[in-house]
Design a binder for this molecule. Structure first.
Ligand code: ASP
Length: 451
């Protein structure tokens, strides 16, 4: 059996939802269908999840929210009208949303998750009705009844181990299961969501739980490309990737698949296939445990903006036992997760995502480092991009870093940081955000031999 997950653009409107029904009908192995909330119908459109966040923000701020609520309901009403569904469903959705607002929890993060989760929940209910209207035996399954248990890190939850056993029984379900992505329930019965884009994670958990033969992830591109095609339009498609490669590429900006969704699939050894809802016959990209590779071959180059680096120096740091631990402990106490921590003899730097850094938080962290670690100097730099060159074939590659550095030098890009060796299959560069595009183009020409 297969688990098929359909992303936001695949369920954005009636026409797209009908494609989903056709795809599921075309293969009897597609028994579990995971759906996102309606995404963008056109480039400047707003995803329902973003509309819901605006709605929740208005409620939290005590501002009027009727027009925000009406905008969300209108998205479902449009689908309902185009597909001639049961008239009651739109009223049910509106009542559901008003109920979530009326039962507002005193914990804003938890309330936000309850509102965000309604996007997928109501879409799954609508889609189950579309399947039924098209003569397909399908049933909406509530993640609460199915036992999708998550931690209570609202907005950033992770799956609890019991979920896998709870969800395993969906394998025996006679109807096609329509399961909303992105959220589950805490042990206390509160709604909690995964990070943004988390319906991929739901699909992977279900695929692992029911021991699916494949996890198909339907999106709006034919395959994973070796580079962001918006940076180099001639970037080649990748037909086969390993889990490790996909995780590194997703981590560093390949938005096509959530990096956290790899883990359950790896553990259960379920192959993943990325496919296009708009061109289901295209072969897509397979992601598997092992593949043959050429020595020295680069598979893909990913890049992402939004990083900051804390640089600190202190003479004789290398002799001070526990320095690194104390530095990282400060970050832990400030609830900051670090991404990389390259170090020298008397220097150390820590790369973090910029998003959680308010000006206040930044000052607090720098002051603590200065006073508690008695550093000679501590500074912070924002506006950094990470570029990740990834490939199984890089394990034994000689001269690859030299080639990459030469390409960046020729392009006039200053390398702020380089991290090689922590992962056998990748090299990471830090550059200024303004240089990112240019740097990635230069690396694409040199290492992927793209014109
Ligand atoms: N709808 C959610 C988001 O936009 C989750 C998802 O689509 O995977 O982040």
């Amino acid at each position: 059996m297969k688990v098929a997950k359909f992303g936001g653009s695949s369920v954005a409107d009636a026409q797209q939802i009908l494609k989903v029904v056709d795809i599921v009908k075309a293969d009897p192995d597609r028994r579990i269908v995971v759906v996102s909330a309606p995404g963008k119908r056109f480039p400047d459109d707003i995803k329902v999840t973003d509309l819901l966040i605006t709605l929740a923000d208005a409620v939290i701020a005590g501002q009027p929210y009727e027009s925000e609520l009406a905008t969300v309901v209108a998205r479902y009403a449009e689908i309902h009208k185009a597909l001639d569904l049961d008239a009651a469903i739109v009223t049910e959705i509106e009542t559901d949303l008003r109920g979530r607002i009326a039962d507002r929890s005193s914990n804003d993060a938890q309330f936000m998750d309850t509102i965000k989760a309604s996007g997928e929940d109501n879409n799954a209910k609508i889609i189950a009705q579309v399947f039924a209207n098209q003569g397909v035996q399908a049933r909406y399954v509530d993640p609460k009844d199915a036992g999708m248990l998550l931690s209570d890190d609202f907005g950033n939850a992770h799956v609890l181990p019991d979920s896998f056993q709870n969800l395993a029984s969906l394998r025996d379900e006679q109807n096609i299961v329509i399961f909303p992505g992105f959220f589950g329930y805490t042990r206390q019965g509160e709604v909690a969501t995964f990070p943004r884009g988390g319906s991929d994670i739901t699909g992977a958990i279900l695929a692992a739980a029911v021991k699916a033969d494949a996890y198909e992830n339907f999106t709006d591109v034919d395959s994973v490309f070796a580079m962001d095609p918006r940076i180099l339009g001639t970037a080649p498609a990748i037909s086969l990737l390993t889990y490790r490669e996909m995780r590194e590429l997703s981590y560093a900006g390949f938005g096509v698949f959530h990096d956290e969704a790899i883990v359950p699939a790896v553990q259960a050894k379920v192959p993943i296939c990325i496919k296009n809802t708009n061109r289901p016959a295209a072969p897509g990209t397979m992601i598997v445990a092992e593949r043959r590779y050429e020595h020295g071959e680069v598979t893909g180059i990913a890049s992402a903006d939004g990083f900051s680096a804390i640089y600190l120096s202190k003479y004789m740091m290398n002799r001070e036992v526990g320095f690194g631990r104390r530095l990282l402990q400060i970050l832990e106490e400030e609830q900051l997760s670090f991404e990389h921590a390259p170090s020298g003899i008397d220097n150390m730097s820590v790369i973090l995502r910029s998003a959680p850094f308010s000006a206040e938080k930044e000052q607090q962290v720098l002051d603590r480092i200065q006073t508690e670690l008695e550093t000679d100097d501590v500074t912070i730099e924002h506006g950094l991009s990470l570029i990740m060159i990834v490939g199984e074939g890089m394990r034994y590659a000689v001269g690859l870093a030299a080639k990459a550095c030469a390409a960046l030098a020729d392009a006039g890009v200053n390398i702020e940081m380089i991290n090689q060796g922590s992962s056998e299959i990748s090299i990471m560069f830090g550059v200024k955000e303004v240089d990112r595009k240019h740097a990635v183009q230069a690396l694409g020409h040199a290492l992927l031999k793209i014109d």
